[in-house]
Design a protein. Structure first.
Length: 123
């Protein structure tokens, strides 16, 4: 009876692991920004992308309105006219993208207060 329980437990773990989404995390930074991009490949080849930008400067108000563009081979997304939260972060997402390509690299283009930077992200 113990062997049946052990085998059932192992099979359940394998089944749950096989159904889990595959998440890839990229990080990088530039002179003024730190960035993290999470790409989640869910069931049915759906891709969700989440970005978190953190301003490295001390004066958060100096960032003003921010625009960003995330560029990957799983699709691009971005936003404009955005502001940092009280901790100096800016978050965005692109959900339910039907593109099924696995991303191998990513670049984020950021514009704020008349300045521009590119952030190259790596796994």
């Amino acid at each position: 009876m113990r062997n049946v329980t052990k085998i059932t437990t192992v099979l359940m773990i394998l089944l749950l692991t096989a159904c889990s989404p595959n998440t890839t995390v990229f990080t990088g930074e530039s002179d003024n920004w730190k960035a993290e991009l999470k790409i989640i490949h869910n069931d049915n080849n759906i891709v969700d992308q989440y970005v978190n930008l953190q301003f490295k400067g001390n004066d958060l108000d100096s960032a003003g309105n921010i625009s960003y563009e995330v560029d990957t081979n799983a699709g691009g997304f971005g936003g404009s006219g955005l502001e940092l939260n009280e901790k100096g972060h800016l978050k965005g997402s692109d959900l339910n993208n039907k593109n099924v390509l696995k991303t191998t690299s990513a670049i984020i283009f950021v514009e704020w207060n008349g300045e521009k930077e590119e952030i190259f992200l790596r796994k």
